[in-house]
Design a protein around this ligand. Structure first.
Ligand code: GLY
Length: 411
């Protein structure tokens, strides 16, 4: 039933998909986002009281720790996670975006409260997810309020993340203790480089920047196929630095193109260009954008299926989170690239379609903003659900669209 409704919606909106003229009313969407976030803030204590499970997703640990962030819905129940979960920073980041847009101090107070709950992660060196956790929360907050303590947390976190860099491989190890891999590196890891680049800017210590550049270059060399799609998980030999396996964890198959992974790569190389102005990163981002947007399986509404090679397309789940990450990245890429007009048009269309066809009704879904994301289809986990990172990157994309329109800097 749910699928039928979605397919019908998509068919209907498909007619208007490629008309870029109709603009999203960012004011209205943010007003709605405020309403939904208020719903969520009211739901969090209720979920805590009923003991929603903490340990979902791929980040290890967290059991027994305070539940600090809403992540998704599980059979309609709000699922909260501890700070250790890779997604813990997105809800604080969302609160900062609401503060940024509205200037309302109530959002600042909430953002500070939820950001503080992530601080303990600055010493957690057992995963690579530091950027997602700390940069989306403290980093976004620091950009807005310039708080000296936030700066310290960012620097401390960058030092911890740097301990996962191995000069033999030239990359930051993503996960520990996985039976299938020895030194796994996932394409998602490109997102964590923002924290390292920022730490060099904040300290003048170039070691963070050098690690980020080494990771980006090594990933560019090994993770991509000739069509500029990327593998999800590579395994490295930690002594020789050689790649020993090219595999997937959340995609359809080892040789397929997992949609969110493509979006992480696009965002990652665009961001690397922001910090380095190295043309090869810009070109890489352009090639990834071409792969994503010109692919035969890129849907009419520009919201990717969970994998570009999923065998049952068009009857495969969408991933609104991949669409949101892609849109936000394309807005940034539009200011650097000769193809900027085209990227902006595509990003506008993605945002319009997410807004018109993928949003929750106000007051529903425990306050999540977007529906129809997919966490991990192969393990049948979080399929066709709201996800906090879809909401985070959707709001970021909206803010970027507004800044571009007003000719203001994005950062
Ligand atoms: N970084 C994990 C994911 O994208 O699902």
């Amino acid at each position: 039933m749910k699928k039928t409704i979605l397919m019908t919606m998509i068919a209907v909106t498909g007619i208007a998909m490629n008309s870029y003229a109709q603009k999203v009313k960012v004011n209205k969407v943010f007003a709605d986002a405020e309403k939904q976030t208020k719903v969520m803030l009211a739901e969090i204590p209720k979920a805590k009281a009923t003991g929603s499970a903490a340990t979902v997703g791929v980040s290890p640990g967290g059991a027994g720790q305070e539940l600090v962030s809403p992540r998704t819905l599980d059979s309609g129940r709000l699922k909260l996670v501890s700070s250790r979960d890779w997604t813990s920073g997105f809800f604080p980041g969302q609160l900062w975006f609401l503060y940024e847009y509205t200037g309302n101090n109530e959002w600042k107070t909430e953002a500070e409260k939820y950001t503080a709950k992530i601080e303990r992660e600055k010493t957690n060196g057992i995963t690579h997810d530091m950027g997602f956790k700390v940069y989306c929360s403290f980093g976004t907050g620091y950009r807005l309020i310039n708080d000296a303590h936030y700066k310290e947390v960012i620097i401390h976190s960058a030092k911890t993340l740097s301990t996962r860099f191995n000069p033999n491989t030239g990359v930051i190890k993503s996960w520990d203790n996985r039976a299938k891999w020895k030194t796994p590196v996932i394409i998602d890891n490109m997102m964590n480089l923002e924290l390292l680049f920022a730490a060099t800017q904040l300290t003048g210590d170039s070691s963070f920047h050098k690690i980020a550049v080494s990771h980006a270059n090594t990933t560019m060399q090994n993770h991509f196929r000739s069509d500029y799609s990327s593998y999800h998980v590579l395994d490295y030999d930690s002594i020789t630095g050689k790649v020993t396996q090219k595999t997937t964890h959340q995609g359809y198959s080892n040789e397929s193109a997992w949609s969110r992974g493509q979006a992480w790569g696009l965002y990652g190389y665009t961001m690397c260009y922001r910090f380095t102005k190295d043309e090869k990163y810009l070109q890489q981002a352009e090639k990834i954008a071409a792969f994503m947007t010109k692919h035969k399986n890129f849907p009419k509404d520009f919201v990717p299926y969970y994998d570009y090679d999923a065998p049952g397309i068009p009857n495969e789940p969408r991933d609104a989170s991949a669409a949101a990450v892609m849109a936000s990245a394309l807005y940034e890429l539009s200011i650097y690239s000769k193809n900027g007009r085209e990227y902006k048009k595509i990003a506008n269309a993605v945002v319009k379609n997410l807004t018109n066809s993928y949003r929750s009704a106000i007051g529903e879904n425990k306050g999540f903003i977007l529906l129809h994301s997919t966490g991990s289809k192969p393990s049948n986990s979080e399929v066709d659900v709201p996800l906090n990172y879809a909401d985070y990157y959707y709001l970021e994309a909206l803010l970027r669209s507004k800044k571009l329109k007003e000719k203001k800097p994005l950062f």
